[in-house]
Design a binder for this molecule. Structure first.
Ligand SMILES: C[S@@+](CC[C@H](N)C(=O)[O-])C[C@H]1O[C@@H](n2cnc3c(N)ncnc32)[C@H](O)[C@@H]1O
Length: 265
């Protein structure tokens, strides 16, 4: 993820700038190059391009969702499965914003060491919560100071695809129980068929080899059942709006995606 965001940052007219991404990628041994592909493996090359493109589009989509949430008055942000998300450092936040980064200890420790090395300074109050999302993360979040009585904007970016369906349902129920009216949520969902298409040929240990869950047939209806008024866009729709279409070949149907923004009424 960091490598892709670093590459985007170096482009002319990037969809976002993530100045820390390069340091994260380098610290992980992923900069400048990614692992080589056999030169004749066109399908693998296109798969990799599609995944990189999807990361760029969804990053921009969620940046905008967060800006809109801030503009609506929300001052509490929770990044679930935060990983190397550097939004606390790279986005403008209104005064009084508290941003919680929830992930397990290993990635948060790795991140902390890079942040120290880069002397990075957060642009809001940043609170890390080291907990496994299969455990009592609501308890850990509450102990860290999250206030369920005021609205929160929740982000689960590149996370749900790694969780089995029952875990996704539990996560949504737990988020809902801590979302005051006016709360917002941004989710990325694996589109139908993506696990089969990308996961089955993925190299063992690679991210795609761990993909297990896809979005339901009707994500808007599914989220309504969880108490959210949701809007669902495809990556292609957002990419077209950002001037970054991926192409219109039949294979491009069913690329990873499913970008959800939702409001709690
Ligand atoms: C693909 S990364 C996405 C990171 C970040 N949201 C971003 O977009 O840059 C998935 C993240 O989810 C975290 N994650 C996966 N399963 C988790 C779990 N059970 N508990 C906590 N974090 C988890 C991983 O550690 C990883 O940082």
């Amino acid at each position: 993820m960091a490598r892709v965001r670093a590459l985007e940052t170096e482009r002319e007219n990037p969809l976002f700038r993530d100045p820390l991404a390069r340091a994260f990628a380098a610290a992980g041994g992923l900069w400048p190059a990614s692992s080589p592909l056999p030169p004749d493996d066109e399908a693998a090359r296109r798969r990799r391009l599609a995944v990189s493109w999807s990361i760029v589009i969804r990053t921009r989509f969620l940046d905008e969702l967060l800006q809109q949430a801030s503009a609506s008055g929300i001052r509490q942000v929770v990044l679930l499965g935060a990983g190397m998300d550097s939004r606390a450092f790279r986005m403008d936040w209104p005064e009084g914003t508290r941003l919680f980064e929830v992930d397990t200890a290993t990635p948060l420790d790795f991140k902390a060491s890079v942040l120290r090395q880069e002397r990075a300074v957060a642009r809001c109050e940043r609170i890390t919560v080291a907990v496994d999302l299969r455990d009592d993360w609501p308890g850990a979040l509450a102990a860290a100071g999250h206030d369920p009585a005021v609205p929160t904007v929740w982000i689960a970016e590149g996370l749900l695809i790694y969780l089995p369906e029952d875990a996704v349902e539990l996560l949504l129920a737990r988020i809902g129980a801590r979302s005051a009216p006016g709360s917002r949520m941004g989710l990325t969902l694996g589109s139908r068929g993506v696990v089969e298409r990308f996961g089955k040929d993925a190299a063992p240990g690679s991210a795609a080899s761990l993909w297990v869950s896809e979005m339901p047939d009707d994500p808007v209806d599914w989220l309504a059942g969880h108490g959210w008024e949701a809007d669902s866009r495809t990556l292609h729709e957002c990419a077209a709006a950002y001037g970054r279409p991926f192409g219109t070949t039949p294979q491009s149907e069913g690329r990873p995606g499913g970008l959800i923004s939702a409001i709690r009424r």
